[in-house]
Design a protein around this ligand. Structure first.
Ligand SMILES: [Zn+2]
Length: 90
């Protein structure tokens, strides 16, 4: 079941009644790039996790999906990669 709480419309003023309802403009604007903030916690939808991000200025809201890492990824690889990059720039 797709239970999005966001209503996209340009007919009504933006509204933040999270977690029950959010009214968002249908399109983002230039202000959104710098003013998006996370609303609420991370939600799960089947295998995809996401949270809502909303622009403080115009109210434009999107669902931000979080990529889930592969479960069998060897631990420590990220650190190895970072120290390698640090050596390159040192
Ligand atoms: Zn905006």
């Amino acid at each position: 079941m797709n239970t999005t709480i966001v209503e996209y419309t340009d007919e009504k003023p933006p509204l933040n009644n999270y977690p029950s309802r959010i009214v968002s403009p249908t399109k983002g604007k230039a202000c959104c790039a710098r003013n998006m903030e996370q609303i609420g916690g991370v939600q799960g939808e089947e295998k995809r996790s996401y949270f809502y991000r909303r622009c403080r200025v115009c109210g434009y809201t999107v669902r931000h999906f979080i990529p889930t890492p592969p479960p069998d990824r060897p631990s420590g690889s990220w650190e190895d990669e970072t120290s390698r990059l640090l050596k390159m720039v040192a």
